[in-house]
Ligand binder design. Structure first.
Ligand SMILES: Cc1cc2nc3c(=O)[nH]c(=O)nc-3n(C[C@H](O)[C@H](O)[C@H](O)COP(=O)(O)OP(=O)(O)OC[C@H]3O[C@@H](n4cnc5c(N)ncnc54)[C@H](O)[C@@H]3O)c2cc1C
Length: 299
């Protein structure tokens, strides 16, 4: 399916962007599950609400407003984001695949830390955050994907293109992946272990992992895919500039890749609703110009 604009994230930044792009007549689709703030939290500092408003009420109003202008909002997780052959982007969600000529990333900050004591020592020496970037280096080798959700399942399935020896470890978490993905793993022969990895060992690169119960297992590759795919995961596959855990965007919310805009908490700064809403509006304006100018301009 094709939609000129895909927004990843249905928090204040993503919804604010969608209001602008839909209202400008762009076919806009938003992917996103419930943002953290959409609970019974009292928001007391957002402009225009004399009395407090709950996060869930504020977000529900934003969704309704975006839908009024024609935005399609779907509660699906985006599993991967890549460049396509026509200068745009290919998006894979839990149930669908899309092509888009522009993307607004509004994923908030969500990277889950695995809690493995010496993980950083093995980054680039067996530990990776990106199957499409590094899977090739693990041809025929024994690899583990760390994660409990559909994102981990998808990473595991993608690794089969490089090696048949793939397993998934949930880091002690309960599986959250959907039944179709569990079934696909079973059919593909990818075992799932609900265990926790405590530490890594090997020299000069990863060769084994130690579980919390003291047992060990051989592993040459460990791909981190906990929770859902974050803006950082998309940054790896697209080649987006990062600063620590945040995406780098300029004052027009443009990233270093033409056609990719970023807004809200995923770009760092003052992590507040008012800022996210403003970023979303600016990203929308930039995306509207980009699409109206023909999408594939090189800047
Ligand atoms: C408990 C709490 C209370 C807060 N109180 C206040 C307050 O009183 N005032 C204030 O100004 N700010 C408050 N904040 C901060 C505020 O919520 C954030 O600054 C704001 O929500 C950022 O908006 P965002 O759209 O950038 O990101 P988020 O609101 O985090 O939204 C991110 C969206 O991206 C989606 N997403 C991420 N990855 C994927 C993926 N792979 N596929 C699909 N969707 C994805 C998520 O599901 C979510 O919809 C609070 C935050 C929390 C957690």
């Amino acid at each position: 399916m094709h939609s000129p604009l895909v927004i990843i994230g249905s928090g204040p930044a993503g919804l604010s962007a969608a209001i602008y792009t839909s209202r400008a007549g762009l076919d806009t689709i938003v992917f996103g599950t419930k943002p953290k703030v959409a609970g019974d939290y009292e928001i007391d500092n957002y402009f225009g609400f004399e009395h407090t408003i709950s996060g869930s009420e504020l977000l529900a109003r934003g969704r309704a407003q975006a839908k009024r202008f024609g935005t399609r909002i779907t509660e699906e997780k985006v599993l991967s984001l890549h460049h396509n052959d026509s200068g745009g982007f290919h998006i894979k969600t839990e149930n669908e695949e899309f092509d888009a000529c522009a993307i607004i990333l509004a994923t908030g900050v969500g990277r889950v830390r695995p809690g493995i004591s010496n993980l950083s020592e093995f980054e680039g020496k067996g530990v990776s955050y990106c199957v499409s970037c590094d899977g090739f280096f693990y041809k025929g080798r024994k690899v583990i994907v760390l994660g409990e959700g559909v994102y981990a399942a998808n990473q595991g399935l993608e690794l089969l293109a490089f090696t048949p020896d793939v397993s998934i470890v949930t880091q002690g978490k309960t599986l959250t992946m959907t039944t179709p993905f569990k079934e696909r793993l079973r059919t593909a022969g990818i075992p799932v272990l609900e265990q926790k990895i405590d530490s890594l060992s090997g020299s000069p690169a990863l060769s084994s992992i130690t579980f919390a119960d003291g047992s060990t297992q051989e592993a040459e590759g460990l791909f981190i895919a906990m929770g859902e795919a974050s803006s950082l995961d998309f940054a790896y596959t697209l080649g987006l500039e990062r600063s620590g855990v945040f995406l780098v965007a300029d004052k027009e919310q443009k990233t270093n890749i033409p056609g990719v805009f970023a807004a809200g908490d995923c770009t760092g700064g003052f992590l507040q609703i008012a800022v996210a809403v403003g970023d979303g509006a600016t990203a929308a304006r930039s995306a509207i110009s980009y699409i109206k100018e023909g999408c594939q301009k090189k800047s």
